[in-house]
Design a protein around this ligand. Structure first.
Ligand code: 5GP
Length: 195
C-alpha cells in the first residue's frame, strides 16, 4: 500500500451517524474520496448500486475473497462487507486521501496491514442516545434491531484502540474535527502515526 494518499478509517456503532457525518465531511473537503464497499446485504430503499455499496451475491463475494481482491473484509450483522483493494490503491496512487467506513473487525485487519492509516472512531454523546437513535430508524426489523444494539455496545468497547475518538454531538462539528485530524496528518509526522 504505497502512494502519497492517506487512508482514513472511520468506524463507529450502528446508529452513531457515520453516513451523515461523512456526508458533511465530503461537503467540507470534496477532494476526499470515499471507498465504496462490496456487500451481500440487500439494498435499502433509496440506496443505489455502486454509490452506497456495490451489491453482490454471496458466491460473487466469495470469489472476490478467493482472488485476493479485498483489502479487508468481515461479516457484520450477518452480512459480508469488504473493501476493494483495487479501488483504494487507485486513489492512493493518484495522491488522493481515501475514507473507509468499516467496522471494528475490518479496522483491526488494517492495523496490521496499513499501520500508517489514520484510525478514527465516531462515538455517540451517550449509549442511551445511541439506542434511541437505533430505535427511531425505521430501516431495521425487530430482530435486526436487537442484533445491532448488541453489536453497537460491543463496538463501543473498541473505541480506545483507535488513534482518535470523535463525539458526534453535532454533525458539522464532528465532520470538522475529522477534517482537522486528516489535515494535521498531512502536515507531517507520518512515521509517528503508526502503531
Ligand atoms: P450498513 O449495512 O448499516 O450500511 O453497515 C453496517 C456496518 O458495516 C457498518 O458498521 C459499516 O461500518 C460496516 N461496513 C461497511 N462497509 C464495510 C467494509 O467494506 N468492511 C467492513 N469491515 N465493514 C464495513
Amino acid at each position: 500500500m504505497s502512494g502519497r494518499g492517506r487512508l482514513v478509517v472511520v468506524s463507529g456503532p450502528s446508529g452513531v451517524g457515520k453516513d451523515t457525518v461523512l456526508r458533511a465531511l465530503f461537503a467540507l473537503d470534496p477532494k476526499l474520496r470515499y471507498s465504496v464497499s462490496y456487500t451481500t446485504r440487500t439494498p435499502r430503499p433509496g440506496e443505489t448500486d455502486g454509490v452506497s455499496y456495490s451489491f453482490v451475491s454471496e458466491p460473487a463475494f466469495q470469489r472476490m475473497i478467493d482472488a485476493g481482491e479485498f483489502l479487508e473484509w468481515a461479516t457484520v450483522h450477518g452480512n459480508l462487507y469488504g473493501t476493494s483493494l483495487a479501488r483504494v490503491r487507485e486513489c492512493l496512487e493518484r495522491g488522493e486521501d481515501v475514507v473507509l467506513k468499516i467496522d471494528v473487525q475490518g479496522a483491526a485487519q488494517l492495523r496490521g496491514r496499513v499501520p500508517e492509516a489514520i484510525f478514527i472512531f465516531l462515538l455517540p454523546p451517550s449509549v442511551e442516545e445511541l439506542k434511541e437513535r437505533l430505535r427511531s430508524r425505521d430501516t431495521e426489523d425487530v430482530e435486526s434491531l436487537a442484533t445491532r444494539e448488541a453489536d453497537a455496545v460491543r463496538e463501543l468497547a473498541e473505541a480506545e484502540r483507535y488513534d482518535h475518538q470523535v463525539v458526534n454531538d453535532q454533525v458539522e462539528r464532528a465532520a470538522r474535527e475529522i477534517l482537522a485530524v486528516v489535515a494535521a496528518s498531512r502536515g507531517g509526522n507520518v512515521g509517528e502515526e503508526g502503531r
